[in-house]
Ligand binder design. Sequence first.
Ligand SMILES: [Fe+2]
Length: 398
Amino acid sequence: MSSLKTIKIDELVPGMYVNEIIEQSGAIKIKSQGRVTRLEVVDTLRKRGVKRLTIDLDKQFTPEQPAEIVAETAPVDVAILEQEETVSFSKELVRAENIHKKGKRIQKRLLEAVQNGLPFDDKIPREFSQSLVSSIHRNPDALLCLTKIREKDDYLLEHSLNVAILLANFGKFIGMSAKEVEDLAYAGFLHDMGKIRIPDEILHKPGRLTNMEMNVMKDHVYFGVTVLEEMNIAPHLIRTVSEHHERLDGYGYPNGSRGEQISRAGRMLAIADVYDALTADRCYKAGMSSQKALQILLGETPDKLDKELVQLFIKCMGIYPVGSLVKLSNDRIAMVVQQTQSPLAPVVKAFYSLRGGHFLEPKDFDLSSGTELKIERAVLAKDYKINFNAYFEKIIAT
Ligand SMILES: [Fe+2]
């Protein structure tokens, strides 16, 4: 006689053995077998959208108490782990494009809610951040490429989305746990919401802000944190958001926290925030190249930014970050689409002939595969007056 029984998530309790997940919403797939040793495991499954599952009655066991001891004594069994299958760049790109568009829509709605002092359902951005992290797990290069599509007037929407993408990739790269990566990406997605309450003439002012204007600008952290507190967002996430302008030497804001007072997540958010701000095209200035931005980040260490983390960030982004443009030795412009083992020789998509001054049928080249073709240097689309956004959209569509 079968010892399997199908139950609803609400019936799951510690001591049961999960044989299979039968019904689950959301994109994050869960390893479907394992012992449920603690209530937190049930909560995690519920949060990941598990609705129905089968349990194996033969494998039921008595969970030890208290829960902390169980966690210590059964480290292998407690794990009902995420499992993400990796997919090709082109396969993920289609999905990533939808995630990217959805992220902008959600960000827009959040900002409108904050602007009008209305509540919003935090489940929506939370679940969105999870789907973003899932895409990074399947193939990080797809969403990373999309961070390069920028609409000059959408800076606020795109900035927070991009920072979330950069952080998901960064967190994964340095080996953070799945939960930490999700939290980090979520904090990135929420980090600048307070900016919507800053007057436009200050928020979009070209050039340097006066001291008085800067003081107004600094309030965006306070506004953002206040909103998140009203929404009952978890305190550790609020802390990360509150620290994104703090600097190790104590000259950041709003609290002038220094050194160890600033959490690792806060330091990582600060790095991703500066990097995206420097590389973004704004209505009054073109973004700088990734190389230049990474150099500037390094220049901010060790006084302002965490040196070790900046070095890891540079390693994670690569010398030629995915999505950036390069000039090849055959006078073609290409976009970096994938890192390889060789940092100077990524996979690129050539799409523009400088000699002919026209677009080409896009073609991929793996520069690490022994080809003569080399990268001469990193370039910016504006240097060649290329409508990069329009063409990039076309590349995605093909
Ligand atoms: Fe900010």
